[in-house]
Design a protein around this ligand. Structure first.
Ligand code: IDP
Ligand code: MG
Length: 138
């Protein structure tokens, strides 16, 4: 059993499709074990995406991620990190496989509906960024 960190991004909360996104994750074999709807501050978004701060899209990404509410969540399942990335699909929706969240729902390479940790190590860091241990209930 593994845990990973997931965000339903502002493009998805704006279109009221959080349930559809969560359904894809659950149907894909993952279980939501922690969840909250928050409006990220600019400082939180800057820190969360600090790894991308030299990239040309960093400032736009921070603006996008603070443009509306998001749903932060912890997902649990077998190979949860890799499984979540499979269910999400490629970063750019035009490269994403049919049936993936990003193919079905993403608006653009930036407004691509979901975030998912890219490694077990980052999953632990990202979970700790938003959740206390007693907020995670398996
Ligand atoms: P990932 O979300 O698939 O792991 P990353 O490369 O880690 O992709 O990028 C983080 C986020 O930054 C993406 O999900 C997307 O919202 C945004 N992003 C990535 N590449 C671009 C780009 O070329 N233009 C605009 N936004 C981008
Ligand atoms: Mg990433």
């Amino acid at each position: 059993m593994e845990r990973t960190f997931s965000i339903i991004k502002p493009d998805a909360t704006r279109r009221n499709i959080t349930g559809k996104v969560i359904n894809c994750l659950e149907e894909g074999g993952l279980r939501v074990v922690a969840q909250k709807r928050i409006h990220m501050t600019e400082a939180q978004a800057q820190e969360f995406y600090a790894v991308h701060k030299e990239r040309p899209f960093y400032n736009d990404l921070v603006s996008f991620m603070t443009s509306g509410p998001v749903v932060v969540q912890v997902l649990e399942g077998e190979n949860a990190v890799v499984r979540n990335r499979e269910i999400m699909g490629a970063t750019n929706p035009s490269d994403a496989d049919a049936g993936t969240i990003r193919k079905e729902f993403a608006e653009s390479i930036e407004a691509n509906s979901v975030h998912g940790s890219d490694s077990l190590e980052n999953a632990e860091i990202e979970i700790g960024f938003f959740f206390k241990a007693d907020e995670i209930v398996g």
